[in-house]
Design a protein around this ligand. Structure first.
Ligand code: 2P0
Length: 332
């Protein structure tokens, strides 16, 4: 048998990935830029074993059904094909999230799986190769190979689409992200389905694409100059543009709940009160607030009038993927 283990942290995009030009290869329509966080991560052990007759997937110790295993199985099939392996595998994943608030992330999950496969099969992949492999599991996973800021270069082929670390002089260590967990009770549109519907039907999608290059340039310049206001403003504007595209899809949809709008309004109010902070949102109603670490306590205090402490989860910048080879690559 061949076993390997890896830990990967989730990342939040400041400039979003929204839309694929190749669904099979997971090639995105646009570059994206993210911050990897330390508070939420996945640890995954994978075992390839000739005695297995099928792939299996355990999440937090619970065996997952076929539907929940589909993304994992598809990824394992790709690994088998790409690296000439014929064995089935058992995947054992643990999500480390501060609450059971639905923050489990496919970014950390698929990045950890890619790392665990690399460790188990002794593939010796570089970070770039690992990023390309993780991308095939879930687009955003390619950014979780790296700590701090990362940019996913959309590329034009499987070979040329991968994330890279952005040189930042460790400025990300001055930043924090506060998650405001809100519950909406609305049926989810998965990000995969949501971005597909948007690309295919939204009359606003062209506008989204046309604004990306300028947003990326602004964000990268802000990181280079350690300009929090510039980074925050472009983060918030980019998220609003992404979410705007869903309103013009057919059928239209939104990830926003009334509470999401309340948080957005509170963020604007905090700014008016002299507390610099900026929001972003992904394919769900929770709001993430980018804030300088030195202002995190004040922001939490301000929001504590409206939300319980369980709803306010903070994170700092986190590290890249860690392969845990001590458990790896034993043959028997
Ligand atoms: C992002 N999201 O850049 C964007 C913003 C959600 C909104 O990447 O289909 O799970 O597996 O490539 O990576 C979530 O989408 O989608 C995502 P697939 P993924 O973080």
């Amino acid at each position: 048998m061949y076993t390997g283990k890896a830990r990967a942290y989730t990342n939040i995009a400041l400039i979003k990935y929204w839309g694929k030009k190749d669904e099979h290869l997971i090639l995105p329509m646009n570059n994206s830029l993210s911050l990897t966080l330390d508070a939420f991560y996945t640890e995954t052990t994978v075992e390839f074993n000739k005695s297995f007759t099928e792939d299996s997937f355990f999440l937090d110790g619970i065996k997952q059904d076929q539907k929940q295993t589909a993304k994992i199985t598809a990824f394992l099939a790709l690994v088998r094909q790409q690296y000439q392996v014929s064995l089935f595998a058992k995947v054992d994943s643990r999500n480390f999230v501060p609450t059971a608030a639905g923050l489990a992330s496919s970014a950390s999950g698929l990045a950890a799986l890619a790392g665990a496969c690399s460790a188990a099969l002794n593939l010796g992949l570089t970070d770039k190769e690992l990023s390309r492999l993780a991308r095939r599991g879930s687009g955003s996973a390619c950014r979780s190979i790296f700590g701090g800021f990362a940019e996913w270069q959309k590329g034009a082929s499987d070979q040329t689409s991968f994330a890279e670390a952005i040189v930042s002089d460790n400025w990300e260590q001055d930043l924090a992200m506060l998650f405001v967990l809100v519950d909406d009770g609305i049926k989810d549109v998965s990000s995969r389905d949501g971005m597909k519907r948007t690309v295919e039907t939204s009359s606003f999608y062209a506008g989204w694409l046309s604004s990306i290059d300028a947003d990326l340039k602004t964000a990268k310049q802000a990181i280079a100059e350690k300009d929090f206001t510039a980074l925050g403003e472009v983060t918030e504007a980019n998220a609003l543009r992404m979410h705007g595209t869903t309103l013009a899809a057919n059928p239209p949809f939104t990830y926003w709940s009334p509470e999401s709008l309340t948080v957005m309004q509170l963020v604007r109010q905090a700014r008016q009160n002299g507390l610099p902070c900026y929001f972003t949102m992904d394919a769900g109603p929770n709001v993430k607030i980018l804030v300088e670490k030195k202002n995190l306590a004040a922001l939490k205090q301000f929001l504590a009038h409206h939300f319980s402490s369980e709803q306010l989860i903070s994170a700092n910048a986190g590290p890249g993927i860690t392969l845990l080879p001590e458990e790896g690559s034993e043959k028997s």
